[in-house]
Ligand binder design. Sequence first.
Ligand code: PEP
Length: 251
Amino acid sequence: MRTPLLAGNWKMHCTPTETAALIQELRASLGDYDQREVLVAPPFTALATAATELDGSGILLAGQDLHWEDSGAFTGEIAGPMLTAVGCSHAIIGHSERRQYFGETDGRVALKIRAALRNRLVPIVCVGETLEERESGQMTDVIERQVRGALGALDARSIGSSVLAYEPVWAIGTGRVATPDQAQEVHAAIRALLGEIADADAAASCRILYGGSVKPDNVDTLMAQPDIDGALVGGASLKAKDFARIVHFQS
Ligand code: PEP
């Protein structure tokens, strides 16, 4: 069985002081939960503070990106060993905002996934189509290209332990959420593709999160879908009570 993963992507929000306050509020709001994993991805400058505040909570920590090399002359970049050293267990890779604004390519995503695995970081690999691609009938091709580009050269074991996030670009930060049926259709297609790229075991164990305007009022129906194994949450993860409700989804 796949343990649901509820992950908060804080994007470019929160100083260390704000991070400490948000994590304290989140811990107070969350109470007890079991049979699910919770993760937050604050900005790099707040990871150390976040690690201290999360101590003993069981909440996991992720970087929002990483460089494909482990060190070197790459001004402004953050490497896998730095994320591991500060307490991260996961790294988000290939978020659509990085693809859209920072020229992230499928090739670079693949290199970054290797860097994450090399550093014992679980990659959370984002894929998803734009509205234009969906409306022009290219959705399946785009997602297949992204998934193959990201994972195609990995062994089945690495694929099975990785996390994918299907995030339709038109649903990110727009308040426009994919319907549970739309999301399920793509998640099932991705899982079938993983079966082709790797094998049935890897496809069955790889968690596929949905992302795109997940909120307390839509999480339950999304999580009721058989191939939706969690959520990557942007805006709502910055509100402790909303994120706590998302973690406590009922399906
Ligand atoms: C995201 O940042 O990955 C995301 C899905 O954002 P939002 O929940 O705000 O749409």
